[in-house]
Design a protein around this ligand. Structure first.
Ligand SMILES: Cc1cc2nc3c(=O)[nH]c(=O)nc-3n(C[C@H](O)[C@H](O)[C@H](O)COP(=O)(O)OP(=O)(O)OC[C@H]3O[C@@H](n4cnc5c(N)ncnc54)[C@H](O)[C@@H]3O)c2cc1C
Length: 366
């Protein structure tokens, strides 16, 4: 079955995963980004691939487990370099009671988790950590982190090699429909107009604006986060981790990324990004003292792309023929699985059961 011409609006991790899968299925794809591919939220993410933090609803947990599996398959298909880091995840807390209760439930459902002591962690995994020897630490061996910008670069390169077209630095300004309301054209900020049969809204935090071009109200939640990069002459950590008050991960050969929900909560108090970065750096050096020697290189406040109920909005919107959404938080974890399922739905019309709870039409109900 041919889908006709598909315009993917937004080339972050979601748009790149949808576009790559569409190109593999032989669809006629054009990838459009207002900036550079992978330079949106995808470049300012903690980028932890996990399902252990997604236990609020069974179907959401299952989708995230499928997300981890899809990353492994993707690494098999395109190679792991330089984006896939399946190095597991470490997690500990000042009061570990809740973390350990959850870990026990996860272990009972077959999700792999090990309990270590601080001394073991320093010996086996992370010698640079300042961890009390007896501190209990959870190790999730099947979790990972992803270099989002590099992943997008790989997928876009492969999609273009397979025949997709890339238009970067141009924004979608209008979406035209025909008499029966079906998508027909997209108008771009450079004055051009493209004939299309399908559009995929993968515009991340700008997704509500793209939906609005079609008269659709797509409610999104505001939840900004602040991410900081340290410039390191030598990266002293080897995996992503949640320590008390701070999350840390490597970011390639010369950088470490810092994030904390506690610091995110200060964004609306009016503190400058530089001050938020200083607070993140202070927390990080308590966990990895040598990080105190490395300067803050970048700090950015970004909006998470979160539909109002907190869950993904993925699939066809039946009230607008030819219009699909691919909008979610946890998009690093979910990109590869959502890209595969959505591309198959566009090309074959088959709706996968894994997406049953995450259909866009739930926002149409009064
Ligand atoms: C602080 C923070 C921590 C996070 N931690 C994690 C984590 O640990 N694990 C995890 O799985 N997820 C995490 N996330 C979420 C994850 O990063 C996002 O869900 C994911 O990156 C979203 O990707 P995207 O492709 O939807 O959006 P983006 O990467 O923002 O891509 C959207 C693209 O659309 C383009 N665009 C916008 N408007 C237009 C237009 N009109 N025309 C053309 N193009 C347009 C933009 O230029 C942009 O490139 C985190 C997010 C934040 C902010």
């Amino acid at each position: 079955m041919s889908a006709g011409r598909v315009a993917v609006i937004g080339v972050g991790v979601l748009g790149a995963c949808v576009g790559w899968n569409l190109a593999r299925l032989g669809a006629d794809v054009i990838l459009i980004d207002a900036g550079g591919p992978g330079e949106g939220v995808t470049n300012w993410s903690f980028s932890w691939v996990n399902a252990s933090n997604k236990t609020e609803r069974r179907s959401y947990f299952d989708l995230n487990v499928a997300g981890i599996d899809a990353h492994r398959e993707l690494a098999g298909a395109i190679g792991p370099d330089p984006w896939w880091f399946p190095t597991g995840h470490l997690r500990w807390a000042d009061d570990p009671t809740a973390l350990f209760a959850k870990a026990e439930l996860l272990a009972r459902s077959g999700y792999r988790v090990e309990v270590c002591t601080g001394a073991e962690v320093c010996r086996r995994f992370e010698p640079a950590l300042a961890l009390p020897a007896e501190a209990p630490v959870l190790y999730y061996p099947d979790e990972a982190w992803v270099h989002g910008r590099h992943l997008v670069g790989r997928l876009v390169g492969e999609a273009v090699a397979a025949g997709a077209e890339l238009r970067s630095g141009v924004a979608v300004r209008e979406i035209g429909v025909d008499a029966d309301g079906s998508v027909r054209t997209v108008a771009l900020s450079d004055g051009s107009r493209l004939d299309v049969d399908i559009v995929v809204n993968a515009a991340g935090p700008s997704a509500a604006g793209i939906a609005g071009l079609l008269g659709r109200t797509f409610p999104m939640r505001r939840e900004p986060g602040v991410v900081t990069r340290l410039a390191c002459t030598q990266v002293p950590i080897h995996r992503a981790m949640h320590a008390p008050h701070i999350e840390l991960r490597p970011d390639g050969a010369d950088s470490v990324v810092l994030h904390s929900r506690e610091i995110d909560a200060l964004i609306d108090t009016g503190k400058e990004p530089a001050e938020l970065a200083r607070l993140l750096h202070e927390s990080a050096r308590r966990v990895v003292p040598v990080l105190g020697d490395f300067p803050v290189a970048q700090a950015r406040v970004v909006e998470r792309p979160i539909p109002a109920d907190g869950f993904p909005s993925v699939g066809a919107v039946p009230s607008v023929p030819g219009y699909y959404e691919a909008v979610t938080h946890s998009g690093i974890t979910l990109g590869p699985v959502l890209g595969r399922l959505l591309a198959a739905e566009i090309v074959t019309g088959q709706r996968d059961e894994l997406l049953a709870d995450f259909r866009p039409e739930r926002f149409d109900r009064p």
